[in-house]
Design a protein around this ligand. Sequence first.
Ligand SMILES: [Zn+2]
Length: 146
Amino acid sequence: MLLKIQTGQNNPILRKKSQPVKEITTDMKRLIFDMFQTMRVKDGVGLAAPQIGKSLRIIVVNAGYDICIINPKIIKTSKEKEVQIEGCLSLPEIYVPVERYKEIEVEGLNEKGEKIKLKAKDLFARIIQHETDHLDGILIVDKVFH
Ligand SMILES: [Zn+2]
């Protein structure tokens, strides 16, 4: 099922801190499946649950392959940062330069509830940082690099 994307930089759901996931229910698995589908149809490279109106710490990312991270936590960052232009499905037509860590290490749970820990760099690392920001109510317009 295609999910409706929440838009607007003052949209309350996009500005709220999302809740950690305590239990991965059947409904939640369905939601994650729908998030993947919505991301694909909308031609996005990532999607966070608040963007489809759910205040939960769930992100999906496509950087060559699909990955879902529940309760993502960035545990390590490189010294090196990089500035690139970013867009966001929730802020159509806004493209701004954002500085991100070039490499990160993230941990969380996959959709089966298994612990995962992965290293990401470049675009993959950037998407994870962008989507994790969504879970804390942070949007690219807050992070414009000058
Ligand atoms: Zn976004």
